[in-house]
Design a protein. Structure first.
Length: 582
């Protein structure tokens, strides 16, 4: 047998050191690209520049569905700033919450199904109108007056303003948090408003230089040279981030860490650019060679000011009085979300719905890292008492006629727990208490499905006028959570879908084609449209155009039919994606 060097049947191969260098270098570059991609956008959001995705055929209706055509852009000279009312408006009016049902047109019509759910199933023929027409007739283009079809700034939340000269809108977000205040002020976060870029580049530089030293010790000069080059480039990039970290946007106020603190309240301001795309939280991206925040291109948190309880109550009541319907939208984030990301996401959802009431964010001490899941679980349970008190304060002191609550992922644990406790306290003093909250939306709840059916759902229907659960079979985060906990989660669909009396379950499988499929609540345009119909128009599932009924035994859940996330963009000009879905 010939030696390997002389055997003509063997292909000539590269030296061992070169092969090692090429393999390791390739793997590290791919890993770095994946990490950079994950840090390029808002946590839980979708990175810009993704290719258009198409919904699986299994979730498409038999008939073609007309996509929503955006209306012409609003005149840039129109300003939407609201003037504050006189100081006398600080005292919130006394609201008879029991009168909301009689004043609501949804409840006045005998031909429409009742929004009050009972614990027993009522036959379809008695509780619902005749079966809906085919989807081709039901899913129609919205009327030109529908705000959802007129662009991102057709209407803005109460207290917001639009600066046409600077090409962005400023959204006021009221907040409460039990995080510990960060030692750095908000104005000190000058490195693109996001330390992830610096951490990534600095860490990559250290790793590459360490591998280069290892190559020298192993006498592999090619590997050492390649890693040295990558290390130097990473170090130069990190230096560029530091040098460009001078403050180019005026910021003021405080920010908060991932540690536990006391419950505090405040008001934040977030700028949203005129170029904003619906379902996106635009952030600087290294893949697009963006280092610094730009208010004309990115969603930017510019201030966060703590207020005393009395000042918070007064200013919130004043802003509520400015809104057309005098309502609130309270957002509770999930796992792996920091304070700034939570505030930006709240502003984005309020703008994208669009919601004309007051956006409110409750931020609990999530670690804001993928590896902080178990710590987040502990903190989600710990924050429940604070969240319950905050929700009660909003119900009794804000002067709002309706309070809508949207919780995502792990944030559903303290939210459902707090609402159940509030309902229990009400029943101790009133045998037939009125619902303190209007719409309660549970998006991708990371909650035990069996416990939700047995303990949570019956109690939630007594404290809220309407409860909606959004679930998906594409949610990889909840699939992983099921593996960790050993039991299905309430936010899963498929064989484990949760359908109980009194709760409208919406299966949104197929609309979020991102890596994890866990952020559809704020990313997918069709999901935002359904939320708009639910929260703003107060329509039940039987009257929302993109929902198709699916029977499950004696009960019914609903399938959301719409465009996958990342396919719809605001534009004054028609585009190929605005053609009917095939």
């Amino acid at each position: 047998m010939l030696p390997a060097q002389l055997d003509p049947a063997r292909p000539e191969s590269a030296p061992t050191g070169v092969r090692f260098s090429h393999r390791v270098t390739r793997d590290l570059v791919l890993l770095a690209l994946l990490v950079v991609t994950g840090c390029s956008g808002e946590r839980g959001g979708q990175a810009m520049g993704e290719p258009e995705a198409h919904a699986p055929e299994a979730h498409a209706p038999e008939a073609q569905i007309e996509a929503i055509q955006p209306a012409p852009e609003v005149d840039s000279d129109v300003r939407l700033a609201r003037e504050a009312p006189p100081a006398s408006a600080a005292v919130p009016p006394t609201i008879d919450r029991g009168a909301r049902k009689s004043a609501d047109p949804v409840f006045q019509s005998d031909s429409e199904p009742s929004m009050a759910f009972s614990s027993e199933m009522v036959p379809r023929s008695l509780s619902e109108p005749p079966p809906p027409p085919p989807m081709a007739a039901r899913v129609a283009e919205p009327a030109p007056t529908d705000p959802i079809a007129t662009g991102p700034f057709a209407s803005l939340p109460a207290g917001a303003s639009h600066d046409a000269d600077r090409a962005f809108a400023t959204v006021a977000v009221y907040y409460a948090t039990d995080r510990q205040r960060d030692s750095l002020a908000l104005s000190d976060y000058n490195v693109s408003g996001n330390r992830d870029a610096l951490v990534l580049l600095g860490g990559s530089s250290i790793v590459f230089l360490a591998l280069a030293g290892f190559g020298v010790l192993r006498r592999r000069p090619q590997a050492a040279l390649g890693f040295s080059a990558f290390g130097v480039v990473s170090a130069l990039a990190a230096s560029a981030v530091l040098l460009s970290g001078t403050a180019n946007i005026e910021k003021h106020g405080v920010t908060y860490s991932a540690d536990r603190g006391t419950l505090v309240k405040g008001i934040a301001e977030v700028t949203v650019p005129d170029t904003h795309q619906r379902g996106m939280v635009e952030r600087p991206s290294l893949l697009r060679f963006e280092i610094r925040e730009d208010q004309r291109e990115h969603v930017v948190l510019t201030s966060a000011i703590e207020l005393s309880d009395s000042d918070f109550q007064r200013r919130l009541a004043e802003t509520v009085a400015l809104s057309p319907s005098q309502d609130l939208l309270v957002f509770i984030h999930g796992y792996n979300v920091d304070f700034q990301s939570a505030i930006r996401r709240t502003a984005q959802i309020a703008v994208d719905l669009p919601f004309e009431g007051v956006p409110v964010c409750y931020s609990w001490p999530s670690q804001g890292t993928l590896l902080g899941y178990t710590v987040d679980e502990n903190n989600a349970a710990w924050t429940q008492t604070h969240l319950k008190q905050f929700l009660l304060d909003l119900a009794h002191q804000s002067g709002a006629r309706s309070i809508n609550v949207v919780a995502h992922s792990m944030g559903n644990r303290p939210t459902t727990g707090a609402l159940v406790e509030i309902g229990w306290q009400q029943r101790q003093t009133d045998s037939q208490p009125s619902a303190l909250f209007d719409r309660v939306v549970l998006a991708a709840p990371d909650v035990d499905a069996d416990r939700f059916r047995r303990d949570l759902a019956p109690a939630l229907t007594s404290v809220a006028e309407h409860v909606t659960l959004y679930a998906s079979s594409d949610d990889q985060a909840l699939i992983a959570s099921k593996q960790v906990h050993g039991y299905p989660r309430a936010g899963e669909s498929g064989d484990d879908i949760v359908v109980v009396p009194g709760v409208e379950t919406i299966d949104v499988s197929g609309i979020d084609l991102s890596l994890l499929g866990h952020s559809y609540y704020g990313d997918a345009p069709s999901m935002l449209q359904d939320l708009y119909q639910l929260v703003r128009n107060r329509l039940p599932a039987t009257q929302r155009p993109q929902l198709v009924p699916r029977p499950l035994g004696a009960l019914t859940y609903w399938q959301l039919i719409g465009q996958p996330s990342g396919q719809h963009r605001f534009s004054a000009e028609p585009s190929p994606i605005d053609s009917p879905i095939k």
